[in-house]
Design a protein around this ligand. Sequence first.
Ligand SMILES: Nc1ncnc(-c2cnn(Cc3cccc(F)c3)c2)c1Cl
Length: 285
Amino acid sequence: MKHLHSGKVRDLYELPGGELLMVARDTVSAYDFVLDTLIPDKGRILTQLSLWWFEQLADVLPNHVITTELPEGAPAEWAGRAVVVRRLDMVPVECVARGYLTGSGLKDYASTGAVCGVPLPEGLVDGSRLPEPIFTPTTKAAVGDHDEPMTFAEVRATVGDDVAERLRGLTVEVYRRGAELAAERGIIVADTKIELGWSPEGGLVLADEVLTPDSSRFWPADRWTPGRSQPSFDKQFVRDWLVSPEAGWDRAAGDPPPPLPPEIVDRTRAKYVEAYERLTGRAFV
Ligand SMILES: Nc1ncnc(-c2cnn(Cc3cccc(F)c3)c2)c1Cl
């Protein structure tokens, strides 16, 4: 199969029949670095979680999944973390919805009082819950570049008024469904990024991965404290260890992060298993 693209934690291949193969790796990224240390089963856990969300969202919109059967010629070690998907004509907008204010959205708000041109109430702080989830699209920046926020007018100019409305509606609906279900299970989904593409029949189809801790910010609900940066459900052990004296990492020098100790790897794997089992109600095997 032909290698098309490598992301921080995923790879994309083209199959002889024209379909694509998305492969999730066991890598984790922190502080904008892809760490050398693998988290065993992370790729499988997040792939299975995304497949479960595709099922939950089937009444909202169709998705690009064809099969999880490994195609001819794929290494056996990819089993469970590789998905054959329909090739779509991808919408050139990163479709992001936010229910909470943090990260680049908070920066946008701090300097403009709005996020992607959407005005917000005064006095919001890091981690504040928004009155309603908002659509905060960005450009699809080239590799190594940062996505830029887009106003709704810019989305309209890019894809037309009707499609812009549909992107907003679908993105916020996917977010609401995910955030609602996760909140019942003690996980805050602060924001999420989805990718949409056009099917040959001309409908919008949910692509990529959906509502995973890699495409969304997952926070433990019982630790939510607006006014400071919230702990990540899955990445906090990694982040804290990397900046601890024990790691001896000179981050300011731009050095690559050191390898993670086994205990941090194990605790991080356990958080991915926990997120999967709490959300899906299924045991991870
Ligand atoms: N169904 C589709 N049709 C056309 N294009 C895509 C597509 C292109 N790029 N990406 C992002 C990505 C997904 C995985 C691994 C990566 F390295 C990058 C997704 C998809 Cl999912």
